[in-house]
Write a protein that binds this ligand. Structure first.
Ligand code: UD1
Ligand code: CA
Length: 462
């Protein structure tokens, strides 16, 4: 039998105290609703709907094409949210899987278990529940004396004895589609929050003589709902630890997993060592035998094999095999750092290509430049790429040597094998194999100091 899925994501998420919709808050670099959508996809459901409402444009923009959206104009509760999918499912006959967009730690294995349970026993509904030590904030599962599920009571509506119950509703269910929509018609909003609760459908089904089953998940962490920033941090911690465990089992050396932050789809090769204080973010791919960190942030970048990056920031760039970056370098967007390049301390590079074997060891700014192979930049070389209106390009040929504290005023081109004398401010092109000196000539005034002192002592002055 067919299964359709509905993910509820229309709520504002007031408890987040945020201007952004709740389901877009990130867990290890991805909006939390992505995790729910991916899990559902893995189970191979035939249709997938996401109910959007609060800031729906933002939510839809952050979800890819392959889902269908259902609009819930006013957020009148989870039951009301599901009702909005009635039209879309009018001709559908099968099971309906319902999940919340704020339950990002759920796994497809668990979802498959409840789909199977509902189908095998042809139940009106199966609720995914779990036992937790602190059930505060969740709906409680009320069972009858035979252990059958009777109803779900929300925290705000629960009497003290019900609040003692530690079996909670995950907000994930599989329903028989026809019985679901029939029961939704009978919902009222007669409760503390004045909302149409999806959870009330359980009691409606039971009173109409149907059986509701429950599957208790073994790992309560999977079912965690993220309603505030504290829970967001906790969900991040759990997801992070899963990602790190997988990495370590695949051969990555993590010195201290409690102080290492890897985003969801990051790839790291075998025998790479990650020191503490590293943030390896969304879209990054790191090769084998690298040494990364301590205290390094790499975002959406491709790092080759045997690369060293210490105490540095790398953003939207490529660093090829054997390069060494840092300590204290800032590689900004759009850089290609060639094989075996050395970038040392307090060097900032932006939108530039650095040829293989080049050395930029200290205190430089390189912006919008193409630097040839084996170029050597002395300490303090600055590319003057901005004239206050426009950014200009610089090109330095292979094997050139740029002396310390030189300014290269762009646009400018330095040929291959050229030499720039230290302290030069270069404003026009330098041909290949030339030496360029652009500073005032040195003058030594012999014995000037003696004469100066004598003049001062004898009371002379200007
Ligand atoms: C809900 C359940 C609770 C369960 C908990 C599990 C109800 C009434 N309560 O409570 O039993 O223990 O989840 O995490 O269902 N939403 C809409 N439209 C609305 C209201 C909510 O789409 O009008 C969406 C929200 O965006 C969210 C999800 O439904 O993704 C759950 O809503 P939320 O307000 O977080 O419900 P909880 O109070 O956590
Ligand atoms: Ca919730």
């Amino acid at each position: 039998m067919n299964t359709a899925a509905i993910i509820l994501a229309a709520g504002e998420g007031k408890r987040m105290k945020s201007k952004y919709p709740k389901v877009l808050h990130k867990i290890c670099g991805k909006p939390m609703i992505h995790y729910v959508i991916n899990c559902v996809r893995e189970t191979g459901v035939s249709k997938l709907f996401v109910v959007v409402g609060h800031k729906s444009e933002d939510v839809m923009e952050n979800i890819d094409e392959s889902v269908q959206f259902v609009n819930q104009e006013q957020q009148l509760g989870t039951g009301h949210a599901v009702m909005q999918a009635r039209e879309a499912l009018r001709d559908f006959d099968g099971s309906v899987l319902i999940l919340c967009g704020d339950t990002p730690l759920i796994t497809s294995d668990t979802i498959e278990t409840i789909i199977k349970a509902q189908k095998e026993r042809d139940l009106a509904c199966v609720v995914l529940t779990t036992e937790i030590d602190d059930p505060t904030g969740y709906g409680r599962v009320i069972r009858d004396t035979n252990g059958n599920i009777e109803r779900i009571v929300e925290e705000k509506d629960a009497v003290p004895a019900e609040k003692e119950i530690t079996e909670i509703n995950s907000g994930i269910y599989v329903f028989d589609s026809r019985l679901l929509f029939e029961s939704l018609d009978k919902l009222s909003c007669n409760n503390v929050q004045g909302e149409y609760y999806l959870t009330d459908v359980i009691e409606i089904l039971r009173v109409s003589g149907h059986t509701v089953g429950a599957v208790k998940a073994a790992d309560p962490k999977e079912l965690m709902g993220v309603n505030n920033k504290k829970e967001l941090a906790e969900a991040n911690r759990i997801m992070r630890s899963k990602i790190l465990d997988k990495m370590m089992l695949e051969g990555v050396t993590i010195i201290d997993p409690d102080k290492t932050y890897l985003d969801k789809d990051v790839v790291i090769g075998k025998d790479t060592i990650i020191y503490p204080g590293c943030f390896i973010e969304e879209g990054s791919i790191i090769g084998e035998d690298c040494i990364i960190g301590p205290n390094t942030k790499i975002t959406n970048s491709k790092i080759g094999n045997r690369v060293v990056v210490e105490y540095s920031v790398v953003r939207e760039s490529t660093i090829e095999d054997g390069a060494v970056v840092g300590p204290f370098a800032n590689i900004r967007a759009g850089c290609i750092i060639g094989k075996g390049v050395k970038i040392g301390d307090f060097v900032e590079v932006k939108n530039s290509k650095i040829g293989h074997g080049a050395k930029l060891p200290h205190l430089s700014y390189i912006g919008d430049a193409e630097i040839g192979n084996k170029v050597n930049l002395g300490a303090g070389v600055i590319i003057v790429n901005y004239d206050g209106f426009k950014k200009h390009l610089t090109k330095i040929g292979d094997n050139s040597f740029i002396g310390c504290n030189s300014n290269l005023v762009s646009p400018i081109e330095i040929g291959n094998d050229a030499y720039i004398a230290a302290g030069s401010t270069i404003t026009s092109d330098v041909p290949e194999k030339a030496l360029s000196i652009a500073r005032s000539k040195q003058v030594n005034k012999l014995d000037w100091v003696t004469r100066f002192r004598q003049k001062k002592q004898s009371g002379g002055g200007e």
